[in-house]
Write a protein that binds this ligand. Structure first.
Ligand code: NAD
Length: 462
């Protein structure tokens, strides 16, 4: 079957799924959970082969969050899917009003390579919980994980319900020409723009989970041991290939020297054995890009503080920190997305606010401080998809918080109930009853009394 025919078969099936009992969705999610639990070793193996991702990182950043998401959805689905009653205004007294959460229909999910299981499966879980048919396009750069997801999903769901379409941007482009009811894209800002343009052809709904440069501000009141550890993990987990990793640091000049020593110490402690505990850079092209960023910064005057070992045979870069970085170099202009961390100094908090606000809105913003006034000021004066205070990255892990970007870092959000809502259409339903006669008062003939009533409503806004 061609991709167009498969899409058509999903479209037909999507009308059946609307009226299918809710327990069928729960059963599908349960099967998914059982498959994942019983194939943990295979999932770890696939990601180890794809880019040397350590087992611990696969367990904690890929398998665990997906299982958590499935179980949270299973537990809450009945409540989420129930029509939500709302009250009417005075003129509509007697009517019954509710929001119905109906499936959008057929949705396309395009996933990136960096958390290849997590970032594909969490949206798939939300889309299935909301009752949709799904076509998943995983990344071509993690072929083992993509194949495993295809094996998993095809063993549980019929192709007219869930389908995995593997391939590179050619298959993406083909899929994007179809009239999906929703397109959920996770990837670069540059490709996000292509996706949004394609979606506009059919006016498909879109969610864009994009990237960018997420800053971390460390003021002089911060607990420096704690901060150094949190930065060292948040930046270098997955070898820095994390959309919300701190991209660069801004450190108060008062504590700069002490902090840098503590950061170096933490990197020694955490990455004693980088061959075991640090993932590879995904491809030689990506390592080449990191190497250019690094070399350009050094030739423009930046100083190497820590690391800097590139291995072009194994595709690895040891955790690397640079400072005195000119802000006009490419490393301070594009998303780094690798184990390279530039550090800048500041004297006054206002400098950091001006710097951040003069650049595209970040996906995440990190504040390390014990000074409440500074935290509140930074929270109020800047914007970002999400903020984490005195830690990094972990706000992603709370499914009660919407996860998504703002401006160039994305559009829309998901996780937990937010994911269910993203993949549902909120349909307004008003049911009139025999009691609903008040409205008749505004029908013609428009007598002076009715005009008086209209003026009364306008005056009191009821
Ligand atoms: P990417 O944009 O290159 O690719 C993402 C997906 O789009 C892949 O499946 C790819 O095959 C497809 N694609 C590539 N070019 C395309 C085109 N021209 N037309 C249609 N589809 C195309 O991103 P990536 O390299 O896989 O991932 C890294 C980027 O993703 C970084 O910018 C990172 O910040 C971002 N990201 C964001 C989040 C988030 O949740 N906000 C999470 C992970 C990664």
């Amino acid at each position: 079957m061609t991709i167009e025919q498969l899409f058509e078969s999903q479209r037909k099936n999507s009308w059946n799924l609307r009226t299918a009992p809710l327990h069928e969705r729960v059963e599908g999610l349960k099967k998914l959970s059982l498959w994942i639990e019983s194939h943990q070793d295979q999932i770890c193996q696939a990601m180890s082969e794809d880019f040397g991702k350590p087992e611990m990182e696969v367990l904690m950043t890929e398998i665990y969050p997906v299982l958590q998401e499935i179980h949270y959805a299973m537990k809450n689905l009945k409540k989420w899917a129930r029509p939500q009653k709302v009250s009417p205004p005075l003129l509509l007294v007697g009517t019954k009003n509710a929001i119905y959460y109906e499936p959008k229909g057929v949705v396309l999910i395009i996933a990136p390579w960096n958390y290849p299981f997590n970032l594909a499966m969490i949206p798939v879980v939300a889309a299935l919980a909301a009752g949709n048919c799904v076509i998943l396009k995983p990344s071509e750069l993690t072929p083992k994980t993509s194949q495993l997801m295809e094996d998993m999903l095809s063993s549980i769901f019929a192709p007219n319900h869930v389908l995995v379409a593997q391939g590179d941007k050619d298959i993406s482009t083909k899929l994007l020409s179809l009239p999906f009811d929703h397109i959920f894209f996770t990837g670069s800002t540059q490709v996000g723009k292509i996706v949004m343009k394609a979606a506009s052809e059919h006016l498909s709904d879109v969610t864009l989970e994009l990237g960018g440069k997420s800053p971390a501000i460390i003021d002089s009141s911060a607990d420096l041991d704690w901060t150094a550890q949190k930065i060292a993990w948040g930046k270098f987990v997955n070898a820095g290939q994390t959309c919300l990793a701190p991209d660069y640091l801004f450190v108060d000049s008062e504590i700069y020297g002490v902090f840098m020593e503590k950061l170096k110490h933490q990197l020694e402690v955490l990455y004693k054995d980088p061959a075991k505990d640090l993932a590879r850079v995904i491809s030689s092209r990506h390592l080449q890009r990191l190497s250019s960023l690094f070399n350009e910064a050094l030739s423009a005057g930046a100083k190497l503080v820590y690391g800097g070992q590139f291995d072009f045979q194994k595709n690895t870069l040891s955790p690397t920190v640079i400072d005195q970085v000119p802000v006009t170099t490419q490393v301070m202009l594009e998303e780094i997305f690798g184990p390279l961390l530039p550090v800048l100094k500041f004297n006054n908090l206002n400098e950091t606010i001006e710097f951040v606000n003069a650049r595209p809105k970040p996906l995440s913003f990190y504040i390390f401080s014990k000074n409440k006034a500074n935290v509140d000021r930074l929270l109020a004066a800047t914007t970002a998809g999400g903020v984490c205070v005195n830690d990094s990255v972990i706000h992603f892990a709370n499914h009660n918080l919407p996860f998504g970007g703002v401006g160039e870092s994305g559009l829309g959000n998901y996780h937990g109930h937010y994911g269910f809502k993203t993949f549902s259409h909120s349909k307004s339903v008003l049911k009139q009853s025999a009691l609903g006669r008040l409205l008749n008062l505004i029908y013609p003939p428009y007598t002076p009394w009715k005009i008086k009533l209209a003026k009364f409503l306008i005056r009191w806004k009821i």
